[in-house]
Design a protein around this ligand. Structure first.
Ligand code: ADP
Ligand code: MG
Length: 256
């Protein structure tokens, strides 16, 4: 693979829910080490793009490429689905997702949550997975919580466990969907700190966020979505400093 092949490339993506077209031709490229943030009003299509990128959702038109490898489809339009289950698994495990509501398994300890997918999905050796899981929990600052159950943790700790769980898949990229939106302001910062650490390590990430300060701090590229289309995109200094679009100006003034 030549070094400039993007980790994630989305070309002319169209997505509809029945008759409702919610993504209307979107292009996004994330190279290795890029942090791309998606911002925009509720309902603009941010989550849908992440979910289409890692094939949690079908899409109707356009290409999705993982490290230069295009997703293979069968059918077309509303009947289009991925054709190759192994490819879906490979892409989904390599674009590991962190959700707003953490989605930890309530009946498993934090350690078991982190170990589950590498063992059951990837078939990795249990002892190695356990060792790595402790290291990822340490990395996100909750090594001491490995025996606790999710309900015994604060929201910020649960989200950090969810990040450790995503890292345990050793993905090529991390996809975050509003990772701090469910948290009280004082807990938000502990998750922001972890995301900043991951960005400074050179991780490839796509982050949907309402936190403009975090987006400005961590992103190489910020994309402002409006009604399923990219209204403006650019480096954070330009996009936040001198927004060109009136819609973006209005959006920023409503969030600050
Ligand atoms: P955002 O994350 O920017 O708030 P979403 O991607 O969740 O926006 O939603 C984009 C549009 O798609 C919205 O109009 C939303 O109501 C619609 N939508 C999202 N998920 C579904 C679904 N499962 N079925 C029908 N419509 C949906
Ligand atoms: Mg959303």
């Amino acid at each position: 693979m030549p070094d400039d092949t993007p980790v994630i490339e989305i070309r002319n993506l169209h997505k509809a829910y029945g008759a409702l077209e919610v993504i209307k031709g979107v292009d996004i490229t994330a190279h290795k080490g890029d942090v791309v943030s998606l911002i925009g009003s509720s309902g603009s299509g941010k989550s849908t793009i992440l979910r289409c990128a890692n094939l949690l959702e079908d899409s109707q038109q356009g290409d999705i490429l993982f490290k230069g490898e295009p997703v293979k489809w069968k059918g077309e339009g509303l009947l289009r689905h991925p054709a190759d289950a192994k490819q879906v698994l490979r892409i989904r495990t390599n674009l590991s997702m962190v959700f707003q509501q953490f989605n930890l398994w309530a009946h498993m300890t934090i350690l078991e949550n982190v170990m589950e997918a590498p063992i059951t999905v990837l078939g990795r050796d249990r002892a190695e997975v356990e060792k790595a899981a402790h290291a990822y929990l340490d990395k996100v600052g909750i090594a001491d919580k490995h025996d606790a159950y999710p309900a015994q943790l604060s929201g910020g700790q649960q989200q950090r466990a969810a990040i450790a769980r995503a890292l345990a898949m050793e993905p090529e990229a991390l996809l975050f969907d509003e990772p701090t939106s469910a948290l009280d302001p004082e807990l938000e910062q502990e998750v922001v700190r972890v995301i900043k650490d991951l960005a400074s390590e050179g991780r490839t990430m796509m982050i949907v966020t309402h936190d403009m300060k975090m987006a400005a701090d961590v992103s190489d590229q910020v994309i402002f979505l409006h009604q399923g289309l990219i209204e403006e995109q650019g480096a954070p200094d330009a996009l936040f400093g001198v927004p060109k679009s009136e819609r973006l100006r209005q959006f920023l003034s409503s969030t600050m």
